[in-house]
Design a protein around this ligand. Structure first.
Ligand code: FDM
Ligand code: MG
Length: 218
């Protein structure tokens, strides 16, 4: 008899500071996988299209003020409101490429001075990524890339703190073998893309056999 075991998709996450090239690499990986017969979808957080996402967008555009803790929780809600759909997509065999997630959520809020553990708590139990491609760039290098934009948080002093907290979150995951892949973002787009593709293809194969984990920071 043929036993039909459905293969799940992989949850591939891109994280990093502003200007590091996350969106560029996420898009390129998406195109590559789609053009090579993979079932794949591209997602981005914050998802500015939902009702909560619209509030987040107004906050980031400096059109709307919110308490630091309140906006932190809204970023988390903006992930929770997508969880069921993401879970179903992964279980149906779709690989998800995600541009920012809870690691950005904690890093930016803690960089403003909020307690790190408090920041982690609303995201506990989210789907866990299978890999985190951390696009690493110093704030100096980021600034050379045409400078930061107009949005809230796009300032060198804050970005330096954000980067440090990303590394603290990596420490928290030190028991999780090869979850974090630190990539020097100061390399050619094509070279980075090649590395990311190679790793992702192996990962997609490996993950298809493993159960989905809803255990972020548990
Ligand atoms: N950001 C992003 C947060 O502060 N918390 C979060 O949970 C997420 C997902 O929002 F400055 C910040 C990071 C960045 C801003 O992100 C918008 P994009 O990737 O530049 O759209
Ligand atoms: Mg930005």
């Amino acid at each position: 008899d043929i036993i039909n075991i459905k293969k799940r998709g992989a949850f591939i996450l891109f994280e990093g500071c502003d200007k590091a090239g996350k969106s560029t690499q996420a898009n390129k990986l998406f195109e590559y996988l789609r053009n090579n017969g993979h079932s794949v979808e591209l997602l981005k957080f914050p998802d500015r299209k939902t009702k909560i996402g619209q509030i987040i967008n107004a906050y980031l555009a400096n059109e709307y003020e919110l308490d630091d803790k309140a906006i932190h929780l809204l970023f988390s809600v903006n992930r929770w409101e997508r969880m069921k759909a993401m879970k179903n997509l992964l279980l149906s065999g779709k690989t998800l490429i995600v541009d920012r997630y809870a690691y950005s959520g904690v890093s930016y809020s803690a960089a403003k001075g909020l307690d790190l553990n408090w920041c982690c708590s609303p995201d506990i139990g989210l789907l866990s990524p299978d890999v985190i491609f951390f696009m690493d760039l110093t704030a100096e290098e980021a600034e050379k890339r045409g400078g930061f934009g107009e949005e809230r948080y796009e300032k060198k002093s804050l970005q330096e703190k954000v980067r440090k907290i990303f590394y603290m979150l990596k420490e928290k995951d030190s028991d999780k073998d090869s979850l974090w892949r630190i990539l020097n973002a100061n390399q050619s787009v094509e070279l980075l893309h090649k590395r990311i593709v190679e790793y992702s293809l192996k990962l997609i194969e490996k993950c298809s056999q493993l159960p989905l984990k809803e255990d972020l920071w548990k």
